[in-house]
Design a protein around this ligand. Sequence first.
Ligand SMILES: Nc1nc2c(ncn2[C@@H]2O[C@H](COP(=O)(O)OP(=O)(O)OP(=O)(O)O)[C@@H](O)[C@H]2O)c(=O)[nH]1
Ligand SMILES: [Mg+2]
Length: 348
Amino acid sequence: MTICKGCGVTIQHQNKDEIGYSPKTDTLYCQRCFRIKHYDDLIMSMKTGINPYDVLSKLSNSKGLIIWICDLFDFEASMIDGLNRHLNNKDIILVGTKRDLLPKEVSNNKLISFIKERLKERGIKVKGILITSDKENNNSDLILELLKSHANKENIFVIGKANAGKSTFLNMLLKEDVLTKSRYPGTTLDFNEIVIGNQKFVDTPGIEVKNSMVMLVEEKHLNYIIPTKKIKPVVFQLENNQSLAFGGLVRIDFIECEKTSVVIYMSDKIVIHRTKVENADKLWEKHKGHLLVPTVNSKIVTTTVKPIYDKTDIVIDGLGWICINKNIKQIKVSYPKDVNITFRKAMI
Ligand SMILES: Nc1nc2c(ncn2[C@@H]2O[C@H](COP(=O)(O)OP(=O)(O)OP(=O)(O)O)[C@@H](O)[C@H]2O)c(=O)[nH]1
Ligand SMILES: [Mg+2]
């Protein structure tokens, strides 16, 4: 029995349409991993193929330290309610990754305070918080030593939502791209052991990110919404009764505000269109799918919000966030029914 080094699945040679298939008998990778690694080609989507409860119950019955990978750009979607209970109160270290996507001006200490506050609000307890990325100054040697000392010779399980960056984090510690990583959620398919500096780590399949744009947009459109380089915050000066459309995904109408500015943190491939609220419905209907792309196949619902903090982030899972000031009295957010939105105290 050979386990695919990329995704952890057992390699098989019988069924082309099942996971683990490879036509080659002497290979270390299944065909799916091979195609992703070499051609960025997804031959089988597994974004809803993994049962999150199977993963959590297997983890709850295993012994070891938990590294919980959270995507700092898509932080709200990285949260897992009831995590301590699911994991039988094992020790958890949270690793906030994709630091490189956030502006340099925000310090790691500020990010850690933000994370602590969000965890407290959600009732999740962790033993420590680390910030990293697979790019600049990732301190991989220091992180490896720290994790090894915490693990105290036990296994380290690297867990988190799909696409959070678990396999990439392990490749970073290993300093070699052994595990398969990709922008497609559901890349790692089974528990996958890897030894780094005498320490046994286990890569795990991502827990399904329900209610995120990442799940709703077509796979070929993921590169519109997932940023690959540092986010440049975009500032809009707005007048009363103006409306912003974010591709064909979300629309925000600023109905009662004095002249104000809003700051947008999204991939630069999302085109933002500004219009007057009175014209917004017509523009949306006429241009959705053409000028306003990408779109998703989900009913659009509208919610009215009054900001409560001095600076409030309107977070749309999988897409990013918009930071608004308190002088905005009321906004109307139109978004796909199947996507989570969160109103939080500003991250930055
Ligand atoms: N910019 C940036 N992108 C990252 C970083 N870490 C991971 N990514 C990207 O995030 C995407 C998902 O990475 P993976 O390592 O496959 O994530 P995963 O959590 O193992 O995903 P699943 O196996 O599907 O659960 C890939 O496109 C990575 O290149 C990072 O530190 N910075
Ligand atoms: Mg993975």
